[in-house]
Write a protein that binds this ligand. Structure first.
Ligand SMILES: [Zn+2]
Length: 246
């Protein structure tokens, strides 16, 4: 018969569980007797407990002396671990998003025990157990787009005398907007993220399609009359097409 598969477990026996005070925190200390070990081995487990391995020639009293002798090292390891955990948590919540052309940092704050995402002077509750932050932010930006963009279309249409049927806000990866033959203006919710002047350009472009359904010279001429900055916007949108993707 071969070696018993549980042999190592029989050899490595957890003896005593106690605690060690590190930086005011009671850190669990587990002793393991390992017949194969040649010396005392100390390590801070990533699950947050200290493990001391006692060799066959050792005993618990010496093990505790060994722990005390290495207290400074353990303390450093503990602080390093704490810093790592904090950094990871911060990393998870470190987000910046574009809103109306400005890169705004997103912060997660507790408001009466409920996490809220706040940025650009706005705050809304998030349930991070249910959806991740990216999904919450997208939903919120979508909501803001529906709140803002149809009003902007209405204002510009009134100013330049366009008559449209309705505005729809869409989630598209490839285009900023479109204008259908039934006079519906469709806009990408991501327009809420870009600088307002370029957003206006897209709206004016789509409104102008109500008069010219193509991209003929006549289309561009009449667009230039109401949007003299259209070339600048076209160039900006070409360079910043990543807004559509990420
Ligand atoms: Zn067009």
């Amino acid at each position: 018969m071969g070696r018993h598969p549980d042999l190592t477990i029989v050899k490595k026996r957890i003896l005593v569980d106690t605690f060690l005070d590190l930086e005011g925190v009671r850190v669990p200390l587990k002793s393991i007797r390992n017949a194969a070990a040649k010396r005392y081995i100390l390590r801070l487990h990533r699950d947050g407990y200290i493990q001391i391995t006692i060799p066959c020639s050792g005993n618990r009293k010496h093990a505790m002396l060994f722990v005390e002798k290495n207290r400074q090292w353990l303390r450093d390891q503990w602080l390093k671990r704490e810093a790592g955990i904090k950094e990871k948590a911060a990393e998870r919540h470190r987000r910046e998003i574009y809103y109306k052309g400005k890169l705004e940092p997103v912060e997660i704050k507790d408001v009466q025990g409920q996490p809220h995402a706040s940025f650009a002077g706005q705050s809304f509750p998030v349930d991070l157990h249910r959806l991740d932050l990216k999904q919450w932010l997208e939903a919120w930006l979508n909501f803001k787009a529906k709140e803002n963009l149809p009003n902007r279309v209405w204002t510009l249409a009134l100013k330049y005398g366009f008559k449209y049927n309705k505005v729809t806000i869409r989630d598209q990866r490839t285009r900023w907007g479109s204008c259908s033959s039934n006079k519906t203006i469709s806009l990408n919710w991501r327009l809420i993220q870009i600088p307002p002047r370029h957003c206006d350009y897209i709206i004016l472009h789509e409104l102008n399609h109500l008069k010219h359904m193509d991209h003929s010279i006549r289309f561009w001429r009449s667009l230039e009359a109401i949007c003299p900055w259209f070339r600048e916007s076209e160039a900006w949108l070409k360079v910043n097409s990543h807004y559509l993707r990420d």
